[in-house]
Design a protein around this ligand. Structure first.
Ligand SMILES: Nc1nc2c(ncn2[C@@H]2O[C@H](COP(=O)(O)OP(=O)(O)OP(=O)(O)O)[C@@H](O)[C@H]2O)c(=O)[nH]1
Length: 314
């Protein structure tokens, strides 16, 4: 179960052998940052999809193992193409996340480095140890090309280490945790051992709807569609009965054609989004869920600072 953030009273004071620190995961959109964080934490905290720009918030995922507590910060892919209010807000989140951490995982696709990667790299402080995570190694057919590519990458930044890997490979994830552990300062843990995130259940609900929305609409729906949770009410369970969450969610889109896309033929698609969200939340939060969904058209919201803020972005 997810729990809310509780910073221990002794946070910051060394406790024999304990290590704890912040690790930012950064990179351009779609390189696999959320997949990596979910694998490192061992549970789905951050949504993933084939569509770029699915991550919009700073998300903390926590993993405690042995003497170490890893506190991961997942960031939106740095936006370089469009200068609208939504993207400015996303970029501010990235900058906030990388300024004050113990370790940075700079994620790229193995064997690739383009201008978008370079722009993110340029933001990173030279004083914070940074690992080059060459992800999606499983997709590289010519492994021999990786060594010269790594050498080239060495010229670009003073990386502490190079980690070619696949976020989908369990052994690579174990190896990655071992590497990260060395960079955590010796200090008392900030969170209880079983805590996984500092995000609320309400936030998880909106992220789950957003993930289902993007997965079920494929590439048709623009990324500027968003989800607002209008109601999030909890009724305690009685006896063997589980507690109940009553959720109302509005999917906000920019055009009538997008609304029709989300609703689908005879409401098929929105029903499916609701059903898959319910099943996933019931499992993740160990409760019963009733969810109502609406679709609203608000054209131009991603260009409007006030509206971007009202939808929960910083
Ligand atoms: N083959 C392969 N695919 C991967 C790997 N890691 C991630 N992916 C896929 O890459 C796509 C993007 O992954 P995400 O984790 O959503 O990427 P992200 O960097 O968080 O993307 P944004 O939220 O847009 O910034 C998804 O389809 C993942 O399944 C990997 O190691 N190997």
């Amino acid at each position: 179960m997810l729990k809310s953030m509780r910073v221990g009273a002794a946070a910051g004071t060394p406790v024999a052998g304990q290590r704890c620190g912040l690790i930012a995961i950064v990179g351009k959109p779609n390189v696999g940052k959320s997949t990596l964080m979910n694998a490192l934490v061992g549970q789905k905290i951050s949504i993933t999809s084939r569509k770029a720009q699915t991550t919009r918030h700073r998300i903390t995922g926590i993993h405690s193992q042995g003497a170490a507590q890893f506190v991961f910060v997942d960031t939106p892919g740095f936006q370089t193409r469009h200068n609208n209010a939504l993207n400015r807000s996303l970029n501010k989140t990235v900058l906030g996340a990388v300024g004050d951490v113990d370790l940075i995982l700079f994620v790229v696709e193995a064997g690739m480095f383009n201008q978008a990667d370079a722009k993110v790299l340029a933001l990173l402080s030279k004083d914070i140890p940074t690992l080059l995570v060459a992800n999606k190694l499983d997709q590289v057919t010519r492994r021999a090309d990786i060594a010269p590519w790594l050498q080239e990458m060495q010229q670009r930044h003073k990386f502490a280490e190079f980690v070619p890997m696949s976020a989908k490979n369990a052994k690579d994830i174990e190896r990655m945790l071992g590497i990260c552990e060395k960079y955590l300062p010796e200090q008392a843990w900030w969170y209880a051992e079983d805590e996984l995130t500092d995000r609320s259940e309400k936030f998880l609900a909106s992220e789950t709807v957003r993930e289902k929305l993007f997965r079920l609409t494929g590439d048709e729906l623009p990324y500027t569609s968003t989800v607002v949770i209008d109601k999030f009410e909890e009724e305690a369970g009685r006896g063997k009965q589980k507690r109940l969450l009553r959720i109302a969610a509005t999917i906000v889109v920019e055009r009538d054609t997008h609304k029709a896309m989300v609703i689908g033929d005879k409401g098929e698609r929105i029903k499916r989004i609701g059903m898959e969200t319910r099943v996933e939340l019931e499992k993740a939060l160990d409760c019963k869920v009733f969810i109502e969904m609406w679709v609203k058209v608000r054209s131009g919201w991603a260009d409007d600072e006030a509206r971007v803020r009202s939808f929960g972005y910083q």
